[in-house]
Write a protein that binds this ligand. Structure first.
Ligand code: 13P
Length: 255
Protein backbone atom coordinates (compact mmCIF):
# COMPACT_ATOMS: atom_id res chain seq x y z
CA UNK A 1 0.00 0.00 0.00
CA UNK A 2 1.20 3.46 -0.84
CA UNK A 3 2.41 5.43 2.17
CA UNK A 4 0.22 8.39 1.23
CA UNK A 5 -3.01 6.41 1.08
CA UNK A 6 -3.98 6.21 4.72
CA UNK A 7 -6.52 3.38 5.03
CA UNK A 8 -10.14 4.25 5.62
CA UNK A 9 -12.22 1.86 7.67
CA UNK A 10 -15.87 2.62 7.08
CA UNK A 11 -18.84 1.08 8.85
CA UNK A 12 -22.07 0.84 6.88
CA UNK A 13 -24.72 0.25 9.53
CA UNK A 14 -27.42 -0.07 6.84
CA UNK A 15 -30.92 -0.04 8.42
CA UNK A 16 -29.65 -0.99 11.88
CA UNK A 17 -29.39 0.94 15.11
CA UNK A 18 -31.79 2.60 17.51
CA UNK A 19 -30.82 5.46 19.79
CA UNK A 20 -29.01 3.07 22.17
CA UNK A 21 -26.32 2.61 19.50
CA UNK A 22 -25.15 6.16 20.17
CA UNK A 23 -24.21 5.38 23.78
CA UNK A 24 -22.97 1.90 23.08
CA UNK A 25 -21.28 1.69 19.69
CA UNK A 26 -20.53 5.30 18.74
CA UNK A 27 -19.39 6.21 22.25
CA UNK A 28 -17.09 3.18 22.36
CA UNK A 29 -15.44 4.23 19.08
CA UNK A 30 -15.01 7.86 20.15
CA UNK A 31 -13.41 6.73 23.43
CA UNK A 32 -11.06 4.34 21.62
CA UNK A 33 -9.99 7.06 19.17
CA UNK A 34 -9.43 9.57 21.98
CA UNK A 35 -7.44 7.07 24.03
CA UNK A 36 -5.31 5.50 21.31
CA UNK A 37 -5.14 8.29 18.76
CA UNK A 38 -4.24 5.93 15.88
CA UNK A 39 -2.47 7.39 12.87
CA UNK A 40 -2.54 4.29 10.65
CA UNK A 41 -6.23 4.49 9.71
CA UNK A 42 -9.22 6.83 9.50
CA UNK A 43 -12.47 5.63 11.05
CA UNK A 44 -15.88 6.42 9.58
CA UNK A 45 -19.38 5.39 10.60
CA UNK A 46 -22.39 5.64 8.30
CA UNK A 47 -25.42 5.13 10.55
CA UNK A 48 -29.06 5.41 9.49
CA UNK A 49 -30.21 9.01 8.97
CA UNK A 50 -32.08 9.00 12.32
CA UNK A 51 -28.77 8.72 14.19
CA UNK A 52 -26.72 11.24 12.23
CA UNK A 53 -27.53 14.15 14.50
CA UNK A 54 -26.79 12.53 17.88
CA UNK A 55 -23.66 10.85 16.57
CA UNK A 56 -22.58 14.07 14.86
CA UNK A 57 -22.88 15.90 18.19
CA UNK A 58 -21.05 13.15 20.07
CA UNK A 59 -18.22 12.98 17.53
CA UNK A 60 -17.88 16.72 17.00
CA UNK A 61 -14.52 17.09 18.72
CA UNK A 62 -13.20 13.64 17.96
CA UNK A 63 -11.57 11.92 15.00
CA UNK A 64 -14.63 9.77 14.31
CA UNK A 65 -15.85 10.59 10.81
CA UNK A 66 -19.54 10.57 9.96
CA UNK A 67 -21.22 9.67 6.69
CA UNK A 68 -24.61 9.16 5.10
CA UNK A 69 -25.69 6.03 3.25
CA UNK A 70 -27.31 7.79 0.30
CA UNK A 71 -28.28 11.22 -0.94
CA UNK A 72 -30.65 12.67 -3.50
CA UNK A 73 -29.47 14.47 -6.62
CA UNK A 74 -31.38 17.64 -5.73
CA UNK A 75 -30.50 20.10 -2.96
CA UNK A 76 -34.09 20.20 -1.71
CA UNK A 77 -37.66 20.00 -2.99
CA UNK A 78 -40.63 17.68 -3.29
CA UNK A 79 -38.85 14.36 -2.82
CA UNK A 80 -40.70 12.60 -0.01
CA UNK A 81 -38.50 10.35 2.09
CA UNK A 82 -35.22 11.55 0.61
CA UNK A 83 -32.18 13.29 2.12
CA UNK A 84 -29.90 15.75 0.35
CA UNK A 85 -26.14 16.14 0.40
CA UNK A 86 -26.61 19.59 1.92
CA UNK A 87 -28.59 18.06 4.80
CA UNK A 88 -25.88 15.48 5.41
CA UNK A 89 -23.27 18.21 5.44
CA UNK A 90 -25.21 20.24 7.99
CA UNK A 91 -25.33 17.24 10.32
CA UNK A 92 -21.55 16.94 10.29
CA UNK A 93 -21.06 14.34 7.58
CA UNK A 94 -17.82 14.31 5.61
CA UNK A 95 -18.69 11.26 3.47
CA UNK A 96 -21.64 9.63 1.74
CA UNK A 97 -21.94 6.07 0.43
CA UNK A 98 -23.40 5.99 -3.08
CA UNK A 99 -24.37 3.21 -5.44
CA UNK A 100 -24.34 0.46 -2.84
CA UNK A 101 -25.52 -2.77 -4.48
CA UNK A 102 -28.56 -2.84 -2.19
CA UNK A 103 -29.60 0.51 -3.66
CA UNK A 104 -28.66 -0.47 -7.20
CA UNK A 105 -30.81 -3.62 -6.84
CA UNK A 106 -33.70 -2.53 -4.60
CA UNK A 107 -34.04 1.05 -5.82
CA UNK A 108 -32.98 0.50 -9.43
CA UNK A 109 -30.07 2.93 -9.20
CA UNK A 110 -28.13 3.07 -12.46
CA UNK A 111 -24.54 4.14 -13.02
CA UNK A 112 -25.83 7.42 -14.43
CA UNK A 113 -27.90 8.13 -11.31
CA UNK A 114 -25.00 7.23 -9.03
CA UNK A 115 -22.81 9.65 -10.98
CA UNK A 116 -25.41 12.43 -10.64
CA UNK A 117 -25.68 11.79 -6.90
CA UNK A 118 -21.91 11.85 -6.57
CA UNK A 119 -21.81 15.17 -8.38
CA UNK A 120 -24.31 16.63 -5.91
CA UNK A 121 -22.22 15.27 -3.03
CA UNK A 122 -19.10 16.94 -4.41
CA UNK A 123 -20.91 20.28 -4.58
CA UNK A 124 -21.33 20.05 -0.79
CA UNK A 125 -17.71 19.00 -0.33
CA UNK A 126 -18.68 15.52 0.76
CA UNK A 127 -16.42 12.63 -0.17
CA UNK A 128 -18.41 10.22 -2.34
CA UNK A 129 -17.78 6.56 -1.55
CA UNK A 130 -18.85 4.95 -4.80
CA UNK A 131 -19.62 1.25 -4.63
CA UNK A 132 -19.09 -1.18 -7.48
CA UNK A 133 -19.13 -4.96 -7.74
CA UNK A 134 -20.40 -7.91 -9.73
CA UNK A 135 -23.30 -10.23 -8.92
CA UNK A 136 -22.87 -13.93 -8.27
CA UNK A 137 -24.10 -14.72 -11.76
CA UNK A 138 -21.64 -12.27 -13.32
CA UNK A 139 -18.87 -13.71 -11.19
CA UNK A 140 -19.68 -17.23 -12.38
CA UNK A 141 -19.76 -16.04 -16.00
CA UNK A 142 -16.28 -14.59 -15.56
CA UNK A 143 -17.29 -11.05 -16.52
CA UNK A 144 -16.28 -9.30 -13.28
CA UNK A 145 -13.68 -7.10 -15.02
CA UNK A 146 -16.13 -5.87 -17.67
CA UNK A 147 -18.84 -5.10 -15.11
CA UNK A 148 -16.57 -3.28 -12.68
CA UNK A 149 -14.86 -1.31 -15.44
CA UNK A 150 -18.21 -0.14 -16.83
CA UNK A 151 -19.43 0.84 -13.34
CA UNK A 152 -16.27 2.86 -12.71
CA UNK A 153 -16.33 4.62 -16.09
CA UNK A 154 -20.03 5.51 -15.83
CA UNK A 155 -20.47 6.21 -12.08
CA UNK A 156 -17.47 8.44 -11.35
CA UNK A 157 -18.05 12.18 -11.68
CA UNK A 158 -15.84 13.90 -14.24
CA UNK A 159 -14.27 16.06 -11.55
CA UNK A 160 -13.63 13.12 -9.25
CA UNK A 161 -10.15 13.03 -7.75
CA UNK A 162 -8.19 11.42 -4.95
CA UNK A 163 -9.57 13.76 -2.31
CA UNK A 164 -13.25 13.77 -3.21
CA UNK A 165 -13.92 10.15 -4.13
CA UNK A 166 -13.29 6.75 -2.61
CA UNK A 167 -14.13 3.53 -4.46
CA UNK A 168 -15.51 0.51 -2.64
CA UNK A 169 -15.31 -2.83 -4.42
CA UNK A 170 -18.07 -5.00 -2.99
CA UNK A 171 -18.79 -8.26 -4.82
CA UNK A 172 -22.56 -8.63 -4.35
CA UNK A 173 -22.22 -12.34 -3.59
CA UNK A 174 -19.80 -11.60 -0.75
CA UNK A 175 -22.12 -9.21 1.10
CA UNK A 176 -23.50 -10.71 4.29
CA UNK A 177 -22.74 -14.26 3.13
CA UNK A 178 -19.47 -15.03 4.87
CA UNK A 179 -17.96 -15.66 1.44
CA UNK A 180 -15.05 -13.62 0.10
CA UNK A 181 -13.04 -13.72 -3.11
CA UNK A 182 -9.48 -14.99 -2.76
CA UNK A 183 -6.95 -12.33 -1.86
CA UNK A 184 -5.52 -12.72 -5.36
CA UNK A 185 -8.93 -11.99 -6.90
CA UNK A 186 -9.40 -8.93 -4.69
CA UNK A 187 -5.97 -7.58 -5.61
CA UNK A 188 -6.61 -8.17 -9.31
CA UNK A 189 -9.92 -6.32 -9.29
CA UNK A 190 -8.47 -3.45 -7.24
CA UNK A 191 -5.55 -3.13 -9.65
CA UNK A 192 -8.02 -3.03 -12.54
CA UNK A 193 -10.07 -0.35 -10.75
CA UNK A 194 -6.95 1.76 -10.23
CA UNK A 195 -5.96 1.39 -13.88
CA UNK A 196 -9.47 2.27 -15.07
CA UNK A 197 -9.52 5.29 -12.77
CA UNK A 198 -6.15 6.29 -14.20
CA UNK A 199 -7.61 6.24 -17.71
CA UNK A 200 -10.64 8.23 -16.57
CA UNK A 201 -9.18 10.86 -14.26
CA UNK A 202 -5.38 10.74 -14.24
CA UNK A 203 -2.73 8.25 -13.25
CA UNK A 204 -1.50 10.56 -10.47
CA UNK A 205 -4.98 10.95 -8.96
CA UNK A 206 -5.76 7.25 -9.37
CA UNK A 207 -2.56 6.41 -7.57
CA UNK A 208 -3.69 8.44 -4.56
CA UNK A 209 -7.34 7.36 -4.52
CA UNK A 210 -8.43 5.07 -1.72
CA UNK A 211 -9.91 1.76 -2.82
CA UNK A 212 -11.85 -0.10 -0.14
CA UNK A 213 -12.82 -3.74 -0.16
CA UNK A 214 -16.25 -4.71 1.21
CA UNK A 215 -18.08 -8.00 1.64
CA UNK A 216 -17.89 -10.21 4.74
CA UNK A 217 -14.90 -8.38 6.21
CA UNK A 218 -14.31 -9.53 9.78
CA UNK A 219 -11.45 -9.49 12.27
CA UNK A 220 -10.32 -12.95 11.11
CA UNK A 221 -9.78 -12.00 7.45
CA UNK A 222 -8.98 -8.29 7.77
CA UNK A 223 -5.19 -8.60 8.10
CA UNK A 224 -4.71 -10.45 4.81
CA UNK A 225 -7.12 -8.13 2.99
CA UNK A 226 -5.62 -4.90 4.36
CA UNK A 227 -2.17 -6.15 3.43
CA UNK A 228 -2.92 -6.20 -0.31
CA UNK A 229 -1.10 -3.64 -2.43
CA UNK A 230 -4.20 -1.93 -3.82
CA UNK A 231 -6.53 -2.28 -0.83
CA UNK A 232 -6.68 0.93 1.19
CA UNK A 233 -9.31 0.07 3.74
CA UNK A 234 -12.66 -1.63 4.14
CA UNK A 235 -16.37 -0.97 3.89
CA UNK A 236 -17.76 -3.11 6.67
CA UNK A 237 -21.40 -4.10 7.14
CA UNK A 238 -22.31 -6.65 9.81
CA UNK A 239 -19.04 -6.51 11.74
CA UNK A 240 -19.28 -2.71 12.06
CA UNK A 241 -22.24 -3.16 14.42
CA UNK A 242 -19.99 -4.59 17.13
CA UNK A 243 -17.49 -2.10 18.54
CA UNK A 244 -14.72 -4.56 19.35
CA UNK A 245 -14.94 -6.26 15.96
CA UNK A 246 -14.99 -3.00 14.04
CA UNK A 247 -12.05 -1.72 16.06
CA UNK A 248 -10.15 -4.98 15.50
CA UNK A 249 -10.66 -4.63 11.73
CA UNK A 250 -9.31 -1.08 11.86
CA UNK A 251 -6.36 -2.23 13.94
CA UNK A 252 -5.53 -4.75 11.18
CA UNK A 253 -4.33 -1.95 8.91
CA UNK A 254 -0.57 -2.02 8.41
CA UNK A 255 1.32 0.49 10.57
P1 13P B 1 -21.07 -7.26 5.21
O1 13P B 1 -19.79 -6.79 5.83
O2 13P B 1 -22.15 -7.52 6.21
O3 13P B 1 -20.85 -8.40 4.27
O4 13P B 1 -21.63 -6.05 4.33
C1 13P B 1 -20.81 -5.41 3.42
C2 13P B 1 -21.46 -4.21 2.92
O5 13P B 1 -22.44 -4.28 2.19
C3 13P B 1 -20.91 -2.91 3.34
O6 13P B 1 -21.42 -1.88 2.59
Amino acid sequence: MSFERRPLIAGNWKMNGLIGFVDNLACFLVKKLNLENPTHFDLLVCPPSTLLHPIGSLAENSNLLLGGQNCHVAKNGAHTGEISAEMLKELGCSHVILGHSERRTNFYETNELVKAKAESALVENLVAIICVGETEEEHKRGVTSDIVKRQILDSIPDRGNATNIVIAYEPVWAIGTGLTPTTQEVQEVHALIRKTLGDKISIEEADQTRLLYGGSVKPSNAVELMDLADVDGALVGGASLTGVDFWAIAESCPK
